[in-house]
Each structure stands twice: as C-alpha cells, then as structure tokens.
Design a protein around this ligand. Structure first.
Ligand code: FES
Ligand code: FES
Length: 158
C-alpha cells in the first residue's frame, strides 16, 4: 500500500508516493537523497537521524513518512544559505566539536531546535537538549563549548 504525501523540506516542496511502512528517515535518505541525516540505531536511541519537523526536533527513524504529510522539515542540508555555513556549523568547526562526524548532523539539528526557541540557553539547557544525541568520540565537552560560544555572541548582541 502506498500513499501520496506533500511536504516541504528545506524550503522545497515535494509530492511523493510513500509506502505505509516507510520512515521519514528512509524518505529523506533513499527517496529525496538527503543523506546528511544519518542512520544509526533506527530505534530512537542515538539521535543520529534528528531533523526538525514543524519546529520540533524528532528522531526521523521513529516518524512514519505518512505522518510527515503537510509537514515542514529542516535537515542539515537546509542550514547552509548561499554558500555560507550556519553559525552553529561554524562554531562546531571552530571548537573542534566533532571527530568522526557521524553524530554531528543530528547533534547540530538538536542544537538548532534549542536555539530557535531559546537563543541564550544555559549550560544545563544545552546538556538537556543534546541528551538524546549520542557521541562516541568527543566526550561532549567541545560540543557544549561550541554552543556556549554562540550564547556568548547572542548575549553580546542583545
Ligand atoms: S537512527 Fe534514529 S535515533 Fe538512532
Ligand atoms: S564525532 Fe564521532 S560520534 Fe560524535
């Protein structure tokens, strides 16, 4: 059984036929070829597949593609604008907040969702926001420092 759904991903409108059992992760990677979103555990444990759907971070491996009908989705590919990386991406590079990079797209999407709602999060709020994103390489300290550097910038601006 398949169904036609419409959704907007990174400001592009798509109309696609999806099987009832497809996940949003499969739709993004296998049909829309947006492979920046990573496939890890496929059971909601690692956060590698995190995208923003209707303003909230979701594990795309736990969302059925049909549930994304009429949704607005942002993936890691949607952050760069006109060849310019997003400030969160720049901060991760500047602070060496990744090693193998497998967790990084999901981690950055969780941070983006946090900062969209709360531009000046506390260290505690940053830690809570990335709780669902596992990183086997960095020990998290550099990730937290990267996000805190953005808070410092935001506070200077306000
Ligand atoms: S692949 Fe979705 S949470 Fe691990
Ligand atoms: S940088 Fe390797 S898992 Fe996070």
């Amino acid at each position: 059984m398949n169904k036609s759904i419409s959704l907007r991903v990174n400001d592009v409108d798509y109309k696609v036929n999806v099987e009832n059992n497809w996940t949003l992760l499969e739709l993004l990677r296998d049909r829309l070829h947006l492979t920046g979103t990573k496939k890890g555990c496929e059971e909601g444990e690692c956060g590698a597949c995190t995208v923003i759907m209707n303003g909230e971070p979701v594990n795309s491996c736990l969302v059925l593609a049909i549930e994304a009908d009429k949704a607005e989705v942002v993936t890691i590919e949607g952050l760069e604008k006109n060849g310019q990386l997003h400030p969160i991406q720049e901060a991760f590079i500047k602070h060496g907040a990744f090693q193998c990079g497998y967790c990084t797209p999901g981690m950055i999407m969780s941070v983006k969702a946090l900062m969209d709602h709360n531009p000046n999060p506390s260290r505690e709020e940053i830690i809570v926001a990335i709780t669902g994103n596992l990183c086997r390489c960095t020990g998290y300290t550099k990730i937290i420092e990267a996000v805190e550097s953005l808070v410092a910038v935001n506070e200077k601006d306000s």
